[in-house]
Design a protein around this ligand. Structure first.
Ligand code: FPP
Length: 249
């Protein structure tokens, strides 16, 4: 093995398998340029493509991005409508490339409040990419961690009422299996851009042992080089999952 191959292998071995990203700062990025907020969201959508493409080289197999939260409905009607239209256009425009590049796309969140056309496009993209496994892209749309736990609890309660689940059978694995993310591994690394150090209801249950990186860069400026730097920092960290590190020999 030559040095370049060894370096790549070392990178892949220590990489976060699942990275979750809170893509914040689109509005400020646009406003600092004297442009409307949607201009920033469009620039942010372009960045998604570059970041997803860079995942295999960084050894990242799962990437989950926060596109729209259950709280984002409180924004102005114009911004919400613009974002919904951007999601529809993004799916239509990116679908073919995502299929060809081996990206498997999944959506998490409550679809019941989303427009019919958007939900149809989401279902179609999930189906079209269902045989892919090169990179797993999960898009959180109308997602909130508390809402997800409430929906999961309702379904669990219904299953108990129907006799399909026993109360004593409810443990951490059961809860995990009722979540939108049931088939995904927990995130190893959660990144939030734009200098805010909040979790904002993202993957509350799943990120119990994740490392967090709050970085100043605004999402539209989050290039694959910046992504690489953050992943490199993660690789140098020591994750113990609550256990004590064995004493050095
Ligand atoms: C937060 O920035 C960003 C959002 C609420 C939307 C995220 C959406 C995208 C990146 C675009 C599209 C994504 C896909 C998957 C097509 P902000 O508006 O809160 O920024 P601010 O804090 O500066 O106001």
């Amino acid at each position: 093995m030559n040095k370049a191959m060894a370096d790549t292998e070392a990178q892949v071995l220590k990489s976060p398998r699942h990275v979750a990203i809170i893509m914040d700062g689109n509005g400020r990025w646009a406003q600092s340029r004297g442009k409307p907020r949607l201009f920033g969201h469009r620039a942010g959508a372009k960045r998604v493509r570059e970041i997803v493409r860079s995942c295999p080289d960084l050894g990242v197999k799962y990437i989950t991005i926060f596109a729209f939260s259950t709280e984002n409905w409180k924004r102005s009607e114009a911004e919400v409508t613009g974002l919904m239209s951007l999601f529809r256009r993004y799916i239509k425009k990116e679908a073919r490339a995502l299929v060809e590049e081996g990206v498997r796309v999944r959506f998490i969140g409550d679809r019941s409040r989303l427009g019919k056309k958007l939900v149809a496009l989401m279902n179609e993209l999930e189906e079209m990419t269902s045989h892919n496994d090169y990179v797993n892209l999960t898009i959180a749309l109308n997602y909130g961690g508390r809402d997800e736990l409430a929906r999961a609890s309702r379904r669990m309660a219904q299953d108990v009422a129907d006799g399909a689940l026993k109360p004593e059978g409810v443990n951490e694995e059961t809860i995990t299996s009722y979540l939108d993310t049931s088939i995904l591994p927990d995130p190893d690394l959660v990144i939030r851009t734009s200098g805010e150090a909040r979790v904002s209801n993202f993957l509350l249950w799943q990120s119990a042992y994740a490392e967090f990186e709050f970085i100043e860069t605004l999402w539209p400026d989050f290039t694959s080089e910046v992504f690489q730097e953050v992943v490199d920092r993660f690789s140098g960290r020591d994750r113990r999952f609550g256990a004590v590190k064995p004493a050095a020999e």
